[in-house]
Design a protein around this ligand. Sequence first.
Ligand code: FAD
Length: 260
Amino acid sequence: TPEWITHPVDQSKIYMTDLESALHYILHIEVGKFKDLEGERLTALKNFVSVLAKYYPGQPLVRNFLHTMDVWLRRQQRTSIPYVSLGMAMKSWREDVLLPRKSIWVGCQGSKPHFRGFPCSLWILFHSLTVQAAQRNEYLQKKADPQEVLQAIRGYVKFFFGCRECAKHFEQMAAASMDRVKSMDDAILWFWNRHNRVNARLAGTATEDPHFPKIQWPPKDLCDSCHNEIQGDPVWDLGATLKFFKSHFSLRNIVIDRKR
Ligand code: FAD
């Protein structure tokens, strides 16, 4: 019997291993597909790394690494950066020690290798970034620009996400309404709602891991108060859902060690 059946992971938690594996995959596989980083793609990378440097909910050394990378990218005068230069720079900042050398999935482990994995971790990363941006702002009592975070994610998906069909669908949703998001709380809900739309579209298709059905999330057992009813019809309680997101994707809910 496979380990994921005998020791199922706690779906109410976020796993640091998934987030770090997402970073590894982004920096080595997806960005590494481009021999030279230039033009709009380079701008997209700079914007995304800048948002990661600000809001990635990582351990101090990993956050420091992202900060160093952000400063390095911003200081580049070149209009075209060979990926090997970035790779060498990352090595000099000990990236190979700080991040896993290959992607390992915990909360995003599928029942077969072709299920879940990186796309799952990318969603978790995106939700975490919006929640961290909202919380960092509440704490510092200054207003973050929701568009900074949203557009950086949009640029990453458009120029780097290897699932081109996913990127095309996502860009359609972004083009339709992303510009109108005015607050960090709405940015959190925008991502929640769009992710659920993707879940609805994919439910029952070949991309669905039979052991992890595509549902409208969060289910009642994760957040009962998120579910409400008006005259017998199910509706979301947006206030409760926002509150749930701020706790589910908070630093406190991240499991640092696999401990199993
Ligand atoms: P995922 O949908 O990846 O979700 C990961 C985890 O997030 C879940 O296990 C759950 O804990 C949590 N979660 C679920 N729903 C929500 C929600 N609404 N809000 C917050 N957290 C939630 N695949 C396609 O085949 N076609 C596409 O067009 C497509 N577009 C995509 C666009 C983007 C931007 C991304 C990141 C992925 C896309 N994918 C697409 C991949 C697909 O959405 C899933 O990531 C993949 O099928 C793996 O599914 P999963 O079961 O691991 O759950």
